[in-house]
Design a protein around this ligand. Structure first.
Ligand code: MSP
Length: 594
């Protein structure tokens, strides 16, 4: 049973914005594992979110990566906890703010036209890439305006907003104020110099305005308590540490509106049309809008929320957002999963450098499953990763075409498995106790190591998902695929004969074990390569209701239980699991030459 988090108000604000003593006292969530939480109704629910994407430019592979990470987490959870009602997953587009206002003006478009156009591109990309979101939000929707204005009203009613002069450098590209120390000068085309953000190199401008200001400074200690009390709140750990480090310093109050004369493309402050709500406040509230806020239904979903975000927006999600939530009387998000960035041939991806990688071209070239596998297998949350085409081809050819596809082929080919069935496992050939000797025993020590590795694989994979290390989950699967190929190679079933009464039981056993391993790999790969896994499992004759993690009981015959697949007809042959890329791709040669 979930207990509401407690926000204790120990004082009232003074006229000068004096101290509210906010104390957030946990525990916050009663988790059914890091990928889910128990809701008020006692059912296991989980809500995953991607960031909402700016519509100033077309999507690139970094955006797709953010969405894929969330998609894989979500799909893995659905395998553990089936039922459409248990998991929600939202994504969308961030359409307001100066950045979009300026991009639309530069393109000679009305902001709505630009938003419609680019939002449709994101929607199409995500559809094509198999992003299994249950909601796509656009911040220009009416439901969102209602949510943002309601949220604003709560902050105001709680005395957390005041009017004041806000002055500082503003970076429209990042939509944030920057302190003097984060600004430098760069030579400009006109011969002079212009101020830019030290970290991103984007231009900044000096802004001085009367705005509404949020009493962020009061939340430093509550935020520290939250993070110290929940070491996994921000995962992986280095990012958690980074946030605590930021909180060592004073937390200045935050300007949360702009003058409408300067920024008209946004949601007006309720009751004061001369001000527009700051785009980050507007954007962050999307996570509430999609679960029905301000209607009460949001309450049963909010405590189960996991945000997937890139490292560049960590401060907004791990400081501003939890502070705003605490201010509005809610708990911070359940988890914030943070990933690093993709660079291209060692350089940051940017329109001006002309090195932006178009994800739709990649999906065409490498197939949807191939490219999903590449990004999730090579993307390491803790560090930036470098993209280049040859790397994709090499990885997919070796792991999907050769290792996994080859293994399937070896066990199902007509030549080796003429009856096209899941053969019988012979316990005398492969007794459950290692080290037995006898005339019929054929299994060797390495074979027991393989069985052990594959038996523990689902748990290992689940742990990697929980720690947001999806690449490690895929590494573990890949290592077991290699081990299984070694097993097949070692026993060379192509040298054994179905006609021989001595060979036949062992031949069947070798194929049975290898097919069982493949069944586990296919099941575990579903969150990352859904179509390829479907093709693999269908070829093995595994029905749609036998693909959940709950049903995944590896090699039951070895453990003395019946196996529902034994003797079953394999599914139809539908061609290579994953055709090799290197010979067939002329564009690669071209890309190499240019
Ligand atoms: N609109 C804000 C987010 C608001 S969420 C309430 C935003 N949008 S974004 O389009 O710039 O970025 C969206 C996501 O894409 C972020 O998680 C960001 O880290 C990610 N990526 C942008 N470039 C990236 C790479 N080069 N590599 C990996 N991910 C990157 O920020």
């Amino acid at each position: 049973m979930l207990r509401a988090s407690v926000l204790r108000l120990l004082g009232r604000p003074g006229a000068s914005g004096g101290a509210w003593l906010l104390e957030y006292s946990g525990p916050r969530h009663y988790s059914s594992g890091p990928l889910g939480a128990r809701d008020d109704a006692g059912g296991a629910r989980a809500f995953f979110t991607t960031p909402i994407f700016y519509v100033n430019a077309a999507p690139h592979i970094g955006h797709l990566y953010s969405a894929l990470l969330a998609d894989a987490l979500c799909r893995h959870r659905r395998l553990r906890v089936p039922g459409a009602a248990a998991t929600r997953f939202s994504t969308g587009t961030d359409e307001h703010g100066l950045k979009i206002q300026q991009a639309a003006a530069a393109a000679g478009l009305a902001p709505t036209e630009l938003c419609d156009r680019v939002s449709a591109q994101f929607q199409q990309l995500f559809r094509e890439a198999g992003i299994s979101s249950t909601d796509f939000i656009r911040t220009t929707e009416a439901r969102h305006r209602i949510a943002v204005q309601h949220f604003w009203g709560l902050l105001e009613a709680r005395g957390l907003l005041y009017k004041g002069i806000y002055e500082g450098w503003y970076c429209a590209s990042e939509e944030c104020f920057l302190p003097e120390a984060k600004v430098t000068r760069q030579p400009s085309s006109s011969g002079g110099s212009c101020p830019v953000s030290l970290e991103s190199g984007h231009p900044v401008s000096w802004t001085k305005e009367e705005n509404y200001i949020f009493r962020l400074s009061q939340f430093r200690e509550p935020l520290q308590r939250w993070l110290r009390g929940d070491p996994q709140a921000v995962t992986p750990e280095p990012f958690h540490r980074a946030v605590l480090q930021w909180l060592e310093e004073e937390l200045p109050d935050l300007s949360v509106s702009r003058k409408s004369s300067h920024l008209h493309w946004g949601i007006p402050v309720p009751g004061d049309d001369s001000q527009t709500i700051y785009v980050w406040l507007d954007a962050l509230v999307n996570y509430l809008t999609v679960i029905g806020y301000p209607n009460a239904e949001f309450k049963s979903w909010w405590p189960t929320t996991s945000h997937i975000i890139g490292k560049d927006i960590l401060k907004f999600h791990a400081i501003y957002w939890p502070a705003l939530l605490l201010g509005a009387g809610m708990s911070p998000p359940h988890r914030i999963y943070v990933h690093s960035h993709w660079t291209v041939c060692g350089q940051k991806m940017s329109k001006s450098l002309g090195n932006v990688v178009d994800p739709r071209t990649c999906l065409d070239r490498y197939t949807v499953d191939g490219f999903r596998y590449f990004l999730l297998r090579q993307g390491v949350p803790n560090w930036d990763c470098d993209y280049y085409d040859e790397k994709v081809v090499k990885l997919l050819d070796s792991e999907l075409a050769d290792a996994l596809g080859g293994l399937l082929n070896r066990c199902t080919a007509q030549r080796i498995n003429p009856s096209g069935t899941y053969p019988v496992f012979c316990t005398a050939c492969f007794p459950s106790e290692a080290g037995l000797v006898g005339p019929s025993v054929r299994a060797q020590a390495e074979d027991y190591a393989l069985v052990n590795a594959v038996a523990t694989l689902p748990r290992q994979v689940a742990e990697h998902y929980e720690n947001f290390q999806i690449y490690k989950a895929l590494e573990a699967v890949s290592s077991c695929v290699r081990q299984t190929n070694g097993f097949v190679q070692r026993h060379a079933p192509w040298k054994l004969s179905w006609e021989s009464p001595v060979d036949a039981p062992w031949l069947g056993t070798v194929l049975h074990v290898a097919l069982e391993c493949l069944r586990v790999f296919g099941t575990l790969l579903q969150p990352v390569t859904p179509s390829l896994a479907d093709k693999l499992l269908s070829r093995l004759g595994v029905s749609a209701t036998e693909r959940g993690l709950g049903e995944l009981c590896f090699l039951p015959r070895f453990y003395g239980h019946p196996c529902p697949f034994e003797g079953r007809k394999l599914g139809p042959e539908t061609g290579l699991l994953f055709p090799r890329l290197d010979q067939s791709r002329v564009w690669l040669v071209k890309a190499h030459r240019t």
